[in-house]
Ligand binder design. Structure first.
Ligand SMILES: Cc1cc2nc3c(=O)[nH]c(=O)nc-3n(C[C@H](O)[C@H](O)[C@H](O)COP(=O)(O)OP(=O)(O)OC[C@H]3O[C@@H](n4cnc5c(N)ncnc54)[C@H](O)[C@@H]3O)c2cc1C
Length: 430
């Protein structure tokens, strides 16, 4: 049987792979573009994203929203600004709406709208989607190309149904989050065998589990604004404020998920990591002390709980009182100094007893991956293997919660798709 030959083979048909295929074919519809995906159905992760609504992008996207080599991230983002993403989705028939937080969702509130539009556009352009085609290896024809053979396939891709020869390969295999969707980290091995490095990978945008002796389960379902600070080996590496959600296993919510990568990376490196919470964000320990003393002397007969409940949710106030060894109903005037001091510390510098993260099955993204330094940011082409491109989450770049990870997928997919097509003469009138 002869090996089928394609111009561009995209490995992985998630957000970045679909974008790469579409943009390549838009530049030159005559190109044979094929997407191979190991999953039996395409787009599982898009369908579950954003709670089934798919947070496609964010109103304002800056390099500060990402963790990755800054100037490289900036250049990639600049190649496909948000307004272009919005216009692109409109051209696919997907109108987006902005929510108060700045997140953009399809007006239908259905992730299915996004996936259907990407698949329909792929088919319209003649891009071939092949689910159930898990790729086991990519081989590169060794040696420099003799004159006159530049157009011959350089790569042989081995998959479940045989092999495919391709002139260009775009690796869009994602990271390790949600492995049941097909993104199980196998792309790292494919890239490694072509000479790439992979920085240690850990779950990011993931909830954190607390020591079961903590009071978190009593607060399950409660959400409140908290300032979270992460210390690694005693040094503050991250500070952010936002909504924290207490759960039966520990803590979640946007602020915890955004901070989780620092805890996970430190643990993977064998370093100590501590997560502290200030339940009165915007006020430091001194200000809280002054406020507390003033309130207590003004209303000495008031209960501790009533006083605290002015500034934080009652259930949390009660749990913190007990945690500090106090009785929530005790009147302020009678509060022993040791308990008062412990309570003030708990309010502004509460050490969350984190035992582990919730793992790959629930993490939304992967921190770590193939170093951005190993790709040319103008094309997403590998600097180590000509004709090989890398896009999306497989790269060492992760965004915060809010649509930034999809924006990275669309932007890198577009850059690589167009560059791979252009390298085959598309768009130049050749
Ligand atoms: C529950 C959840 C909710 C999320 N919500 C949002 C959100 O609302 N907004 C946002 O911006 N981000 C969100 N994300 C993150 C976002 O989904 C990812 O960052 C994004 O999908 C990455 O795109 P990708 O194409 O690089 O990788 P993926 O979407 O992971 O796609 C990779 C594809 O490659 C295939 N593949 C892997 N290995 C092989 C192989 N060896 N051979 C063939 N195929 C292979 C996989 O089957 C998969 O289809 C969410 C993630 C999760 C898990």
């Amino acid at each position: 049987m002869t090996t089928p030959v394609v111009d561009i083979c995209v490995i992985g048909a998630g957000a970045a792979g679909l974008a790469a295929g579409i943009f390549a074919a838009e530049l030159e519809s005559a190109l044979r573009v094929e997407l191979l995906d190991g999953a039996t159905s395409i787009g599982a992760k898009i369908l579950v994203s954003g709670g089934g609504r798919c947070n496609v992008t964010h109103d304002v996207v800056t390099p500060d929203d990402f963790f990755g080599t800054r100037h490289l991230v900036r250049n990639v983002l600049a190649a496909f600004p948000v307004k272009d993403t919005v216009a692109w989705f409109a051209s696919l028939g997907v109108a987006l709406k902005r929510e108060e937080t700045g997140k953009l969702f399809p007006v239908t509130d259905k992730a299915r709208t996004v996936l259907d539009a990407l698949m329909a556009r792929s088919r319209e352009l003649g891009v071939v989607l092949r689910p159930g085609h898990r790729v086991a290896s990519i081989e590169h024809r060794n040696g420099s190309e003799p004159a006159g053979t530049e157009d011959l396939p350089r790569f042989v891709i081995r998959h479940q149904h045989g092999e495919t020869a391709a002139r260009r390969v775009i690796l869009a295999t994602g990271g390790q989050s949600l492995p049941r969707s097909g993104s199980d980290g196998s792309g790292y091995g494919l890239a490694r065998r072509l000479g790439h490095h992979v920085t240690p990978t850990v779950p990011a945008l993931v909830a954190l589990m607390l020591d079961e002796r903590g009071f978190h389960a009593d607060l399950s379902g409660l959400s409140q604004d908290v300032e979270i600070q992460t210390l690694v080996a005693g040094r503050a590496v991250d500070r952010r404020t936002g909504s924290l959600l207490w759960t039966h296993f520990g803590i979640s919510g946007p602020v915890v998920m955004d901070a989780s990568r620092f805890w996970c990376l430190a643990k993977a490196r064998g370093e100590t990591a501590e997560v502290y919470g200030n339940f009165l964000p915007g006020r430091n320990a001194e200000q809280v002390r002054d406020w507390f003393l003033a309130q207590a002397s003004h209303n000495p007969r008031r209960s501790l709980l009533k006083l605290l409940a002015d500034s934080l949710p009652e259930r949390c106030a009660e749990a913190l009182c007990r945690h500090a060894g106090g009785d929530p109903q005790q009147v302020c005037a009678q509060l022993p100094r040791t308990i008062r001091d412990r309570l003030l510390t708990a309010l502004t510098r509460f050490r969350f007893p984190v035992v582990r993260d919730r793992g790959w099955n629930v993490a939304e993204v992967t921190a770590g991956g193939i170093p951005l330094e190993e790709v040319n940011f103008r094309t997403m082409e590998s600097k180590l293997m000509p004709g090989f491109y890398l896009v999306g989450e497989v790269l060492d770049c992760d965004g915060r919660i809010g649509g930034f990870n999809f924006q990275w997928a669309w932007a890198t997919g577009r850059v690589a798709g167009r560059a791979a097509a252009a390298s085959l003469g598309a768009g130049s009138g050749r």
